[in-house]
Write a protein that binds this ligand. Structure first.
Ligand code: XMP
Ligand code: MG
Length: 189
């Protein structure tokens, strides 16, 4: 069993770590999403899986294995987040892959304020006639109460509250991505 401490120090506070979704709950839900996406976007034409690094790595790896259409896997890195505080501005790091005329599924770990995905979608829209013909968003987790950009993912694994979560790709300052389950950090006391 992967080791997780019962508490994690964040800045000057100890946060308790409580399990939110087990490995088998995640597996079942990701399987459902793969089936739904395969039904909706099933075609002989490839679907470009645009993985938002690094958070969506584990989710995307499991999601693609359940897809029935041909896929091409690409990635993009966004910079925005520091510790448990959203930094406010989001930047697409480097250039986008060539997605001209293609069908694209953006795969994201979590939609919090929605600014990351909104920024990525704007950047894609800015490609103009080099842009894709279809863009959809799959997010493993969504925090609807935290949105400030109006954005609803086309496919959502689980809707959750505002607490910070770790595991299954999600990190706290780069750590805990390898946990096979998702846990929530809560202020103690
Ligand atoms: P926005 O606010 O742009 O944020 O929708 C999306 C990005 O912020 C990170 N994020 C989190 N990472 N636990 C994490 O490990 C969380 O609870 C959390 N909330 C937001 C994440 O990188 C996401 O892509
Ligand atoms: Mg992310």
């Amino acid at each position: 069993m992967t080791f997780t401490p019962a508490t994690i120090r964040v800045g000057d506070r100890d946060m308790s770590v409580s399990p939110l979704f087990t490995e088998s709950q995640i597996k079942a839900r990701v399987g459902e999403l793969s089936a739904e996406i395969s039904r909706d976007l099933g075609s002989a034409e490839p679907l470009v899986i645009l993985v938002v690094l690094h958070g969506a790595l584990l989710f995307a790896a499991d999601l693609v294995r359940g897809l029935t259409m041909p896929t091409e896997i690409e990635s993009v890195r966004l910079k925005s987040y520091h510790g448990t505080q959203s930094a406010g501005t989001v930047e697409v790091v480097g250039s986008l892959p060539d997605i001209a005329g293609k069908r694209v599924l953006i795969v994201e770990d979590i939609v919090d304020t929605g600014r990351s995905i909104a920024t990525l979608k704007e950047r894609i829209a800015g490609l103009g006639d080099r842009g894709p013909k279809v863009v959809r968003v799959a997010a493993l987790l969504d925090k609807p109460e935290a949105h400030d950009a109006s954005l609803v993912p086309d496919y959502t694994g689980f809707s959750i509250g505002r607490n910070f979560v770790i595991g299954y790709g999600l990190d706290l300052d780069g750590r805990y991505r390898n946990l096979p389950y998702i846990a929530e950090l809560k202020a103690q006391g």
